[in-house]
Write a protein that binds this ligand. Structure first.
Ligand SMILES: Cc1ncc(COP(=O)(O)O)c(C=O)c1O
Length: 477
């Protein structure tokens, strides 16, 4: 199969079967707009009529007619004995989406932001089955005001899932259902602020997390990160009472916390009574290294473990969890109850059913393969276009780090990339003051189809070359 050949699922076609007579028109329209927007890049090979018809459960004639119409309009090349391919057309419209990062709002053609999972991979039909199951089976009480911690059915399923996948012995009584990691952090941060705590953050780490902590009344202290993860000597020196870490896959550098640092950090927590907030946000998404166990197992009474379905399933789900030590749990539940009462019981029941049926595990296994293919396509394209740049943080997650030489300013490459319709982020987007690490770009690959990757990376390389020609602006000393 050619490297540019798409699978039917990559086309993201969604047919509304209640309009049976118009299935062909729907297929045609969706393929046309994907080609016009650049989502289906010129040169991509589409599935054969037979394969696509089987995958979409429509008759072959429907696909034949749709392809023929698009060929007549100049969008497709139909060749005897070969799959149809997308023609290079001069009227491609940029794909329009909003950038919601610290960078300016831009119109973007290639979304390479590091947080973005593959939204097209969301298992809509399977989720719908769980939602339907939840609604038809739920006792009336579950549709009313519920325990602010979340419904017991979900907390029990989450405890099983965390045991099965992350080796955690979780007591469902100590699990709190949140809208995600950010929400869990905001609740914990409010409790810590009310206790007068000082909180440290890996520097760099997710910019939103600092903002949330500040909103809660804390002053975030940046703790340096090196190739082995957070510097525990600096945690001690900073005299913080709590520290947020991403040990399995440091965000954004992609390093894993080394074994001796894990032991040192838990020792710090025990000796000082400090709290470790462990954000295990994408632990399941690893490709070529063995899973790294959570810190939580080393010091359950000193670790607040937070996780989320928003990256593994979809940010639209807005469901996550926190497994909390005794001395924090009640206060966090109180904060949650005071702010949002509780989260949607219906969505919680749907996630509980999705977990119980093993669909969450299956979805992650499926997406791991998709993401690994996309990551490999990105690395291959980077090797071809930017062979001199070091690429790191590739073993897990949804993005890689492309390190920049001192001769090129990060801000220049980002501006050049934005001008070419690329949405990317940089290490300094996620840096607190005193950040002294390397400059680099965060390139996400989860939402970009493999055949499109070389086009996106060619634009990135052009942005890099244009920045190389500019003199580097140095800060006045
Ligand atoms: C470091 C990190 N933690 C957690 C999350 C997930 O956050 P939430 O569950 O609030 O969507 C993300 C999402 O991008 C992230 O980058």
């Amino acid at each position: 199969m050619s490297p540019r050949q798409l699978h039917a699922r990559d086309l993201l076609v969604q047919l509304d079967r209640s309009r049976r007579a118009e299935l062909g028109r729907q297929l045609e329209q969706q393929l046309r707009s994907a080609i016009r927007s650049g989502t289906l890049a010129p040169g991509s090979d589409l599935p054969s009529t037979r394969t696509l018809a089987e995958d979409l459960a429509v008759s072959r004639g429907v696909v034949v007619r749709a392809y023929a119409q698009l060929a007549a309009e100049g969008y497709l090349d139909l060749r005897q004995g070969a799959n149809p391919s997308v023609r290079g057309i001069p009227f491609v419209e940029p794909r329009v989406a909003e950038v919601s990062s610290p960078a300016a709002v831009q119109k973007i053609r290639y979304d390479l932001r590091p947080h973005q999972p593959d939204l097209g991979g969301f298992p809509r039909e399977i989720w719908l089955r769980s939602l339907r199951h939840a609604l038809t089976r739920a006792p009336n009480a579950d549709l009313g005001y519920i325990d602010p911690r979340g419904l017991e059915q979900l907390r029990v399923e989450l405890a099983r899932y965390l045991g099965r996948v992350r080796g955690i012995r979780a007591n469902p009584e100590r699990i709190v259902v949140t809208t995600g990691s950010t929400h869990a952090l905001s609740l914990i941060a409010r409790v810590l602020a009310s206790r007068g705590a000082v909180m440290g953050f890996e520097n760099p780490s997710h910019w939103l997390f600092f903002a949330v902590a500040e909103q809660a009344g804390l002053t975030p202290i940046g703790i340096p990160v090196d190739g082995d993860g957070i510097r525990v000597d600096s945690v001690r020196a900073a005299k913080v009472n709590a520290v947020l870490v991403t040990p399995a896959h440091q965000f954004p550098t992609g390093v894993a916390l080394a074994a001796d640092r894990r032991a040192e950090l838990t020792l710090w927590a025990r000796e000082s009574g400090g709290l470790i907030i462990e954000d295990d946000y994408d632990a399941e998404l690893r490709y070529d290294r063995a899973p790294i166990g959570p810190l939580q197992g080393l010091a359950p009474d000193r670790v607040a473990y937070i996780g989320s379905a928003n990256k593994t399933l979809s940010p639209g789900i807005r469901l996550g969890w926190a497994l909390l030590p005794d001395d924090l749990c009640d206060s966090v539940v109180e904060e949650l109850g005071k702010s949002v009462l509780h989260l949607s019981g219906i969505d919680q029941l749907a996630l509980a059913d999705f977990l119980r049926r093993g669909e969450f595990d299956r979805h992650i296994r499926r997406m791991r393969l998709v993401y690994k293919r996309r990551r490999d396509a990105l690395i291959e394209a980077l090797e071809a276009e930017l062979p001199k740049l070091r690429v790191s943080g590739i073993a897990a997650g949804l993005h890689v780090v492309v390190e920049l030489p001192p001769s090129v300013a990060e801000a220049d490459v980002c501006a050049q990339a934005a001008a070419r319709g690329l949405a990317i982020e940089s290490l300094s987007d996620h840096a607190l003051p005193m950040y002294e690490g390397p400059a680099g770009l965060l390139i996400g690959y989860a939402g970009v189809l493999e055949p499109t990757m070389p086009f996106a990376v060619a634009e990135l390389a052009a942005a890099f070359r244009a920045s190389e020609r500019r003199p580097v602006r140095r800060a006045a000393s």
